[in-house]
Structures are given as structure tokens and as C-alpha cells.
Design a protein around this ligand. Structure first.
Ligand SMILES: O=C[C@H](O)[C@@H](O)CC(=O)C(=O)O
Ligand SMILES: [Zn+2]
Length: 285
């Protein structure tokens, strides 16, 4: 649905695990996969009813793009009652929020707190546009806007080459970080050469939903993303720059046919990254 000439949204309802288990491929994809986020000159949002997380893509061309409200929030401005994190997966760009300017390089992110009103996104070079991946959740407090560079993130090295899951998790929001958020916990995961499995062994966390954006994957390659309750798994075949929605009851793990990176983001009842329920491989069905 169009909210303005450059802004549009779609809604995704919350699905329970019994209904999801009965779905075929197309229905699973319609509910849990977001196929097209990044379109030049457009802001495209998906309003999810899991924790009311909004997932979107915003690609400014030669002209800047304004952050405009979408119908499902019922508010006069996008951030009236929400917070937002924008991660740049494209060329260099900038964000101006109520007069404060942030230069946003590739893989940098910007936190924007509740109540900011006039927010615009721009690309330094319209022929190598910035691609802002947007995550937004309802917020109960207003925290300061901040630029978060990848080298300021907390790095967690996990996995081994033998199990093809050697990877680095960059946590942008963590207890010692300067940035404060109400609900959002966001980070980026990259792989050692030859490693292709993310989040395996896997986990669930019913108090927080999660969204993944797979990117830096060759156009012909795919990620097989695992979802479903641990006792009832399904998969989604995901292409470059597509996102998935993971309900609290679902595992979220993937294996690539080539190398890739991904951005993970959570919203829900707490911001404790370590509050997860590990799933034993022997319990997966
Ligand atoms: O709850 C945390 C998230 O699922 C991700 O941080 C997992 C991840 O990046 C990985 O293991 O590769
Ligand atoms: Zn998780």
C-alpha cells in the first residue's frame, strides 16, 4: 500500500506455530520472507505484528529520501512513539535527524530515538547509492541519536572451520555500549572463508522476535534458512538482500551455498542478548 509517492508498506500478521506447520512453500514465503526491500528512490516497509517490528529498505538516489509515516502506526510522524536503527549495506551516505548530521559508511549503523521528527536519508553518490536497512520498534523512552561504527561493536568469535560455522558476531547494542535502546538489539555477523552455517547449534527466545537480512551473497547463490519449532522445522530459500521474520517460537539458522553476511535484529520483552534457550541438535525434527 502506498503511503506517499516514495513510501509504501505491507503488513504481516502474527502466525502461531500450529498454523505455520500446515503451510506449504508459498504460504510460508508469503508470511515469513520479505523478497524486495531495496528499490532506488523508494522507502519500503514491512509492518510485522511480531512485537510490531517494522523492517524496511530505503535507497536514496540523486535526491534525499524523507522518513515518512506509514498507515499502520497511526501516528503523525514515523518516530512519534518508536525508535529506529538504520544499517547501511550500500555506498556511503548520510542521515540528517532534526538538524543533526551523521556520515554513514558501509556497515555503519545509526540509532534514532523516539520523538525525532524531520529525518532524511541521502547517498553521497547517486550512482553508488547507500542502502539503508531499517528496523523500528515501539519505544517507551527517548534515547539520544548516535552513529555506531562496526569497529565500536563488541565482537564475538564463534564456531570452527570443521563444522563450517566459524563466524564473527558484531553486537552494536550491549550492556557496555554507549548507545541505549528501548527494545532494539541489532548486530551483524560475518564468516571465515569456507564457513557457511549461521546460528548452528540453534536457539529460540520466545520473549524476543528476530529478523534476519541476508546480504553480500552472490546473485546466483541462496541461503537455506531454517525455521519452525525445534520439533517441526521448515525452510525458506532466500536470495541476496532478502529478509526473514522469525517468531519467538521459531529457530532461525541458515546455510549458504556461498559466502554471505547477515544483519540480525530483535525486539521484545528484554534486551539481553544472552537470554536464549539453546536447542540440542538431537531435539531437532
Ligand atoms: O539471538 C541472536 C541471533 O540469533 C544472532 O546473533 C545469531 C548469530 O548471529 C549467529 O549465531 O550467527
Ligand atoms: Zn536468536
Amino acid at each position: 500500500m502506498n503511503d506517499s509517492p516514495t513510501t509504501s508498506h505491507q503488513s504481516r500478521w502474527a502466525i502461531d506455530p500450529v498454523a505455520a506447520a500446515r503451510m506449504g512453500t508459498d504460504e510460508l514465503r508469503q508470511n515469513f520472507l520479505i523478497e524486495k526491500l531495496f528499490v532506488l528512490g523508494e522507502a519500503r516497509f514491512t509492518y510485522s505484528h511480531y512485537d510490531r517490528m517494522i523492517v524496511g529498505g530505503l535507497v536514496p538516489g540523486s535526491e534525499k529520501l524523507q522518513l515518512e509515516p506509514i498507515r499502520p502506526t497511526g501516528t503523525g510522524s514515523f518516530l512519534e512513539r518508536r525508535e529506529l536503527i538504520a544499517v547501511n549495506i550500500g555506498g556511503a551516505g548520510s542521515i540528517v535527524a532534526d538538524g543533526e548530521r551523521f556520515e554513514v559508511g558501509t556497515r555503519d549503523m545509526v540509532y534514532l530515538g523516539r520523538g525525532l521528527n524531520d529525518v532524511s536519508f541521502a547517498s553521497d553518490d547517486g550512482s553508488a547509492p547507500a542502502k539503508f536497512y531499517i528496523l523500528s520498534a515501539p519505544a517507551h523512552a527517548s534515547y539520544p541519536a548516535m552513529l555506531l561504527k562496526i569497529d565500536q561493536a563488541k565482537r564475538l568469535d564463534l564456531g570452527t572451520p570443521e563444522t563450517c560455522n566459524k563466524r564473527s558476531i558484531f553486537q552494536f547494542i550491549h550492556p557496555e555500549a554507549k548507545v541505549r535502546t528501548c527494545q532494539l538489539v541489532v548486530g551483524l555477523t560475518t564468516f571465515a572463508p569456507g564457513s557457511v552455517w549461521n546460528t548452528m547449534p540453534c536457539h529460540i527466545h520466545d520473549r524476543r522476535m528476530e529478523a534476519y537480512l541476508y546480504f553480500d551473497l552472490p546473485e546466483t547463490a541462496r541461503v537455506f534458512h531454517m525455521m519452525g519449532e525445534p520439533s517441526e522445522t521448515r525452510h525458506l530459500v532466500v536470495a541476496n538482500e532478502q529478509a526473514i521474520l522469525s517468531p519467538g517460537w521459531s529457530i532461525h539458522s541458515g546455510v549458504g551455498t556461498a559466502s554471505y553476511a547477515f544483519i540480525w535484529a530483535m525486539a521484545g520483552d528484554n534486551v539481553d542478548y544472552t537470554d536464549i534457550d539453546a536447542v540440542a541438535l538431537a531435539d531437532l525434527r
